[in-house]
Ligand binder design. Structure first.
Ligand code: HEC
Length: 122
C-alpha cells in the first residue's frame, strides 16, 4: 500500500519535472523568437529595431524605437502590436506582420517570449 510520505514524494518529483520541462520549452521558444526577429524572410524586425539586452544583432536599424522593458507590457498588447500595429497607431510605418500572413501566431508568441526575456530590467 502507498503511504502518505510516498504520495508526497511522488507529488514533489512530478512538480519538479514539470518545472524543468517548462523551463526547457521556454528556452526553445526564446531561441525561436530571436530567429524570427533577425531573419529577413520572417519577422525582419531587425530592419527597424534594436533590442535592449541583445547588442549583438547585426545591422539592427533605428526606424522604430529601441525595444526595452517589454516585460512590463501586457502580452496581449504586444501580440496586437505585432499582429497589426495599425490598430493602435493608424500612421505607423511598422508592417502588419501577423495580419499580412508574414508570420504565424506561434511565431508571434515566440517573439514575445524572446523580447520579454531579453529586455527585462535587471
Ligand atoms: C519598417 C520598420 C519596422 C519594422 C520592420 C518593425 N517595426 Fe516595430 N515599430 C516600428 C515603429 C516606427 C514603431 C513605433 C510606432 C508604433 O508604435 O507603431 C514600432 C513599435 C513597435 C513596438 C512598440 C514599442 C513600444 O515601446 O511601445 C513593438 C513591441 C515592436 N514595434 C515590435 C516589432 C517586432 C517584433 C517586429 C518584427 C515582427 C517589428 N516591430 C517590425 C517600426 C518597425
Amino acid at each position: 500500500m502507498i503511504n502518505a510520505k510516498k504520495l508526497l514524494a511522488i507529488a514533489i518529483i512530478s512538480t519538479i519535472s514539470a518545472t524543468v520541462a517548462t523551463a526547457a520549452s521556454n528556452e526553445a521558444l526564446i531561441k525561436e523568437g530571436r530567429k524570427v526577429f533577425v531573419t529577413k524572410k520572417l519577422g525582419n524586425c531587425l530592419a527597424c529595431h534594436t533590442v535592449q539586452g541583445d547588442p549583438n544583432i547585426p545591422q539592427a536599424g533605428d526606424i522604430g524605437p529601441k525595444l526595452s522593458n517589454l516585460d512590463t507590457y501586457p502580452k496581449d498588447y504586444l501580440f496586437n502590436k505585432i499582429w497589426d500595429p495599425n490598430k493602435t497607431n493608424p500612421n505607423t510605418v511598422m508592417p502588419a506582420m501577423g495580419r499580412g500572413h508574414r508570420i504565424t501566431k506561434q511565431q508571434i508568441d515566440a517573439l514575445i517570449a524572446y523580447l520579454q526575456a531579453t529586455t527585462k530590467t535587471k
